[in-house]
Design a protein around this ligand. Structure first.
Ligand code: HEM
Length: 180
C-alpha cells in the first residue's frame, strides 16, 4: 500500500469513527435529558443495561448517519422498481428504524424492546460499519458517566430546540446546553 492510500484510509477511519460517534453521543444525551426520569435512572445504575438500551433506541429513531449512497452494480428489481446498472441510490437508513411493520409503536422510545437492533443505522452486508460495537459502547459510557457526574442537569430553558447539524447524511444536535 502506498503512503497516500494509507493516509487516506487513516483519515477515513478518523472521520467515520469520530464525527459519527460524537453525533450519536450528543443525540443520546439530549434525548435522555428530555425523557422524564431517564437521566436519574441512567445515573443510578439500578436498571442494568439502561444506557445501552437507550443508545439503541436513539440509533433506531434518530441515528447520526441518516442516509448512505450506493451505485447499483447490476440491474435489479427492488420493491417492484427496476433499477438499472450504474443507478445512483440514496438509501434512507434512518427510515428503517421507524418501519411499523418491524417495530411496534415506532415513534415511542422503548428501551429494552426485543428487536431493538433491527434497524439499518450501521448499514448492512459486507460494508456494514466495523465500528458499531465501539460506537455503542462509547455512547453508553458517555451517558452513564454524564448522568452520574451531573445528576441535577436539566436542558437549559432556552435550549430545548438546539441547533441541528442537518446534512444529507449526518444529523445531530450541535450542542446540548444544560443547567443544574
Ligand atoms: C454511531 C456511530 C457510527 C455510525 C452511525 C456509523 C455508520 C456507518 C454506516 C451507515 C456505514 C456504511 C455501511 C454500509 O455501507 O453498509 C459505515 C461504514 C464504516 N464505518 Fe461506521 N459508523 C459509526 C461509527 C464508526 C466507528 C467508531 C468506526 C471506526 C472506529 C467506523 C468505521 C467505519 C468504516 C471503516 C466504514 C466503512 C466500511 C466499509 O466500507 O467496508 N464507524 N458506518
Amino acid at each position: 500500500m502506498d503512503v497516500g492510500t494509507a493516509v487516506g484510509a487513516c483519515f477515513f477511519v478518523f472521520i467515520a469513527g469520530q464525527s459519527t460517534t460524537g453525533q450519536l453521543i450528543s443525540t443520546t444525551l439530549h434525548r435522555a435529558l428530555a425523557e422524564p426520569g431517564l437521566w436519574s435512572r441512567a445515573g443510578a445504575g439500578a436498571d442494568q443495561g439502561l444506557a445501552e438500551a437507550w443508545v439503541e433506541e436513539v440509533l433506531r429513531r434518530e441515528p447520526p448517519v441518516t442516509t448512505w449512497r450506493r451505485v447499483a452494480a447490476e440491474p435489479v428489481t427492488l420493491g417492484g422498481v427496476d433499477v438499472p446498472a450504474g443507478a445512483q441510490l440514496l438509501l434512507m437508513l434512518m427510515g428503517s428504524g421507524s418501519d411499523p411493520e418491524v417495530f411496534d409503536a415506532p415513534d415511542q422510545m422503548c428501551p429494552h424492546r426485543e428487536n431493538a437492533r433491527h434497524h439499518l443505522s450501521f448499514g448492512v452486508g459486507r460494508h456494514r460499519c466495523p465500528g458499531s460495537s465501539l460506537a455503542r459502547t462509547e455512547a453508553a459510557l458517555a451517558l452513564r458517566a454524564a448522568a452520574r457526574r451531573l445528576p441535577d442537569a436539566r436542558i437549559a430553558p432556552t435550549a430545548e430546540q438546539p441547533p441541528i447539524l442537518g446534512l444529507l447524511s449526518f444529523r445531530a444536535p450541535l450542542q446540548v446546553r444544560v443547567t443544574a
